[in-house]
Write a protein that binds this ligand. Structure first.
Ligand SMILES: Cc1ncc(COP(=O)(O)O)c(C=O)c1O
Length: 390
């Protein structure tokens, strides 16, 4: 990365996303099958788009309240209570954000002092830049395929020091598709309470679950309401990545800070996007379930297709639209393997090491893509692996 001495020191702590680097490579390749993209391939459901069109005609074209429209916050409070078991006061404990991403950024900004340690799961979603930007120190806790990539609370316990301020928990997990069961979450909550640690619970994939798996929000567990910042988003459940609407439930003091900063930063989430979000959240979840049913069919195809390739093994994802196959037997690093696949076989996947050191030996493949694309992508991966092993 080029750095310039006129830029503030803190900018050096922020890195370009590895996924973006990978896509820049893929963009140069004609006819590439891109299985790297982490967003639904569906259009936003029609009734949500219609609600947005109607909102424009009704005059939702002006500045919104900094923490979100009141009716949306009330609808979010009802959803959180019914689905997540979280009791949050819509006036003081809920904030509408520019995606879950802004909640992550705000949390690091409001909670971290230089030197504060933040426990993150490895491999896990990349929170490193946001943590470092505010002087925080990421402390990765490795998870293992042998344990279905579920964190062992004993490993978290070992990582806790007197400097630990925050733990970031992401269930269901991007990139591994692992779900943290109640027993694990209870143990993490116990560690948080006993050691006076805050939790950022990042839950974008709460609805994308298979085979009867259940999502549990750690913020709903005993003793956690006063120390949890729960991040949710419309992006994945409703195929609304471009609308940029997420929300958080957190103690009032934290929400106050978020609202205060919102005024200085972007003055609220785009009004029309909030109206679309209201329509989505207050409707029955048929559209979500229809998309999940389609992801599920693709999940089987990907799981079976990958495991049929000699030299690749893959756990069956419990959730999300990601598979995280083990490619270590190819003898290539995950970056080498991903670059080789995209350049020589025109199929883009994301190197596992982007998600932390323990992601080395894996790649992330998204099945938020049509069946034909998935079949073609897997055929190309199969040819690529066979050529390496020949
Ligand atoms: C784990 C995780 N957290 C946060 C985000 C950001 O989501 P949003 O679109 O709501 O900002 C993503 C998006 O891929 C994600 O996978």
């Amino acid at each position: 990365m080029t750095t310039h001495n006129y830029l503030a020191d803190r900018t050096h702590e922020v890195e370009w996303s590895g996924i973006r680097i990978m896509f820049a490579l893929a963009d140069e390749i004609p006819d590439v099958v891109n299985l790297g993209i982490g967003q639904p391939d569906f259009d936003t459901p029609e009734f949500i788009r219609d609600a947005a069109k109607q909102a424009l005609d009704e005059g939702y074209t002006r500045y919104p309240p900094a923490k979100g429209f009141a009716d949306l916050r009330w609808a979010i409070a009802a959803k959180l209570k019914a689905e997540n078991g979280i009791d949050a006061d819509p006036d003081t404990e809920i904030y509408v954000a520019v995606g879950a991403m802004q909640v992550i950024f705000n949390t690091c900004l409001h909670m971290l002092n230089p030197g504060d340690e933040v426990i993150v799961i490895d491999p896990g979603y990349d929170y490193y830049s946001q943590i470092r930007l505010f002087g925080g120190v990421p402390v990765p806790v490795p998870v293992h395929e042998s344990n279905r990539f579920k964190v062992d609370p004993a490993d978290i316990k070992t990582a806790i020091t007197s400097k630990t301020k925050l733990m970031i928990i992401n269930t269901p997990s991007n990139p591994t598709g692992a779900i943290l069961d109640e027993e694990i979450l209870l143990a993490i909550a116990d560690l948080a309470v006993k050691n006076d640690i805050w939790v950022l619970s990042d839950e974008p994939y709460e609805h994308i679950l298979y085979e009867g798996h259940r999502h549990i929000s750690i913020g709903a567990l005993d003793g956690m309401a006063g120390r949890t910042i729960s991040a949710f988003t419309l992006s994945k459940s409703y195929a609304m990545t471009g609308w940029r609407v997420g929300y958080t439930a957190a103690p009032k003091a934290v929400i106050d800070e978020m609202e205060k900063l919102m005024e200085h930063m972007v003055s609220g989430v785009t009004a029309v996007s909030q109206r679309a979000a209201l329509a989505a959240i207050t409707a029955p979840q048929d559209c979500v379930q229809e998309m999940v049913a389609i992801y599920d069919q693709r999940r089987h195809l990907v799981y079976e297709g990958l495991n049929a390739i000699d030299g690749i093994s893959c756990l069956k994802p419990e959730s999300t639209f990601y598979a995280f196959p083990n490619i270590s037997s190819t003898g290539r690093s995950s970056w080498e393997f991903a670059k080789y696949l995209v350049k020589e076989h025109k199929v883009a996947v994301v190197p596992g090491s982007i998600f932390g050191r323990a992601g080395e030996g894996y790649v992330r493949l998204s099945f938020a893509a049509g069946m034909d694309q998935l079949k073609e992508g897997i055929a190309r991966i199969a040819r690529g692996v066979a050529a390496l092993r020949a």
